[in-house]
Design a protein around this ligand. Structure first.
Ligand code: UDP
Length: 477
């Protein structure tokens, strides 16, 4: 068969965490909807997160995750089960070992293009070896990706005297200030050489790739989209919010994992509430808090006198009548007013409900974009990854959120934020003039997000342009 008549076949290689898997699955669905063949490559224990693609024909190929070989416990195939810096290093080692079996798949299947998560630094060279373009998939904003590059190149954090002294991000639009305490450990060589070496490799491999695919939309961060392309000389396509490809209740409810609450029960609870009267609190797929911090959150929520849905990554201990991380009788006294979901929440379904009027978030990029799409103001509580960068976009650039005052980057638990601070921050996004102003701006952005993915919108057109470019380069190698 001649190359001209060959259907475009995209290979997707998501990193092994729900914040990475979920947006790549949505992206694969978007390509499939345009008549492109999509195959997701993953490891056995990550398959269940992918199989719910409702009617969309997406193929899955499985490669073995070398957990034991890398010194990890058997079955440790997702960053959700990684809970110490030592395990992080071993997990990185395991992902490097996937290069060879992945090459074999490229050899066997001859895809036209590889969309690989930024966390696979070897992907650009592997794609080059097989003569196909590698697109970097970012689970972050143009804003934050550009900050990462700028910090890596210019090292502004080395020019300040102490960890808490602010520095300005060099050659970057707007005066964005950060401190060394807020920088990811993977950018600080003095903290973890292995981790930062891997991160540097990922950055370099991005700059040698064909281009980047970003889950964002032009109107949200236009100055930063333009800056990224110009400053780093990269091609880039903004194709988001990709979560909007999930149209019905079932699709929205079944992203990533089976929810710990029945979606209809959740919607029933929300339907008894007035518009914008419920605050949603969720810290993503990996954050763990100490019991004492959870207690402070519970007390802060109660004192804020706002109705809430609070997602806690803990299962109920049936042997204990009361849990240590909740004030005595908390759930009983909050009945009808506050709902605790233990485990996994149908986040997009909840955020999209008109009763939800605010979001307390750890600033994972998917969560922020889902909050923007839902048009809700946010309390920002960053902890790890590039979340301190994302916070700046929300509070300083878009002005749709207020910070809880987190200062320190950390892998395991958040800062100790007192209940009074939680109470005040929640009230600031839910009630009063400031909240209404932020809500107005957030709603306007939410409308823009929806327009971006409709026919003729900025993300719709960007995805079309990418597909066209790949098709024509496939025809004329
Ligand atoms: N999510 C969800 N239910 C939960 C927790 C998370 O559906 O209980 C989804 C959320 O909608 C988002 C993703 O998981 O799409 C988390 O990605 P994010 O970038 O916000 O944070 P991460 O988990 O990577 O820190």
């Amino acid at each position: 068969m001649g190359s001209k008549s060959r259907q475009l076949h995209m290979f997707f290689l998501p990193f092994f965490g729900h914040g990475h898997l979920i947006p790549i699955i949505d992206t694969a669905k978007l390509f499939t909807a345009r008549g492109v063949k999509a195959t997701i490559v993953t490891t056995p224990r990550n398959v269940p997160s992918i199989s719910e693609t409702h009617g969309m024909k997406i193929d899955i190929l499985i490669i073995k995750f070398p957990a034991i070989e890398a010194g990890l416990p058997e079955g440790c195939e997702n960053i959700e089960s990684v809970n110490s810096p030592e395990m992080v290093s071993k997990f990185i080692k395991a992902t490097k070992m996937l290069k060879q079996p992945f090459e074999q798949l490229l050899q066997d299947y001859h895809p036209s293009c590889l969309v690989a998560d930024v966390c696979f630094p070897w992907a650009t060279d592997v794609a080059t070896k097989f003569g196909i373009p590698r697109l970097v998939f970012h689970v972050s904003s143009f804003f934050s990706v550009s900050i990462s590059h700028s910090v890596t190149l210019h090292e502004p954090h080395k020019k300040v005297l102490c960890d808490s002294e602010p520095f300005i991000i060099p050659n970057f639009p707007g005066e964005i200030k950060l401190t060394r305490m807020q920088l990811p450990h993977f950018t600080l060589q003095e903290v973890d050489i292995e981790y930062s070496k891997w991160f540097k490799e990922a950055m370099e491999s991005e700059l040698r790739s064909y281009g980047a695919v970003v889950n964002s939309f032009y109107e949200l961060e236009l100055a930063y989209v333009d800056h990224y392309k110009k400053a780093w000389g990269r091609k880039a396509w903004h194709i988001g919010p990709v979560s909007l490809c999930n149209k019905d209740t079932e699709d929205k409810a079944k992203r990533g994992k089976e929810a710990s609450i029945d979606e209809h029960e959740c919607l029933k609870w929300l339907s008894t509430k007035k518009p914008n009267s419920v605050v949603y609190i969720c810290f993503g797929s990996t954050t763990n808090f100490s019991d004492s911090q959870l207690l402070e959150i519970a007390m802060g929520l109660e004192a804020s006198r706002q109705q809430f849905i609070w997602v806690v990554r803990k299962v109920k201990n049936d042997e204990k009548e009361e849990e240590d991380w909740l004030p005595k009788g908390f759930e009983k006294s909050m009945e009808g007013k506050g709902l605790i979901i233990r485990g996994w929440a149908p986040q997009v379904l909840i955020l999209d409900h008109e009763a939800v009027g605010g979001f307390v978030t750890h600033c994972g990029w998917n969560s922020i974009l889902e909050g923007v799409t839902a048009g809700v103001p946010m309390v920002t509580w960053p902890m790890g990854a590039e979340q301190f960068y994302n916070e700046k976009l929300v509070t300083q650039v878009l002005k749709i959120g207020v910070g809880v005052g987190a200062q320190q980057w950390t892998v395991v638990v958040g800062d100790s934020i007192k209940s009074k601070v939680v109470e005040k921050a929640v009230r600031r996004i839910m009630v009063g003039e400031e909240a209404e102003e932020m809500r107005g701006r957030a709603k306007a952005l939410g409308e823009m997000a929806k327009r971006a993915v409709e026919e003729g919108g900025s993300s719709y057109s960007s995805l079309n342009a990418l597909i066209e470019e790949l098709r024509s380069s496939q025809c004329c190698p």
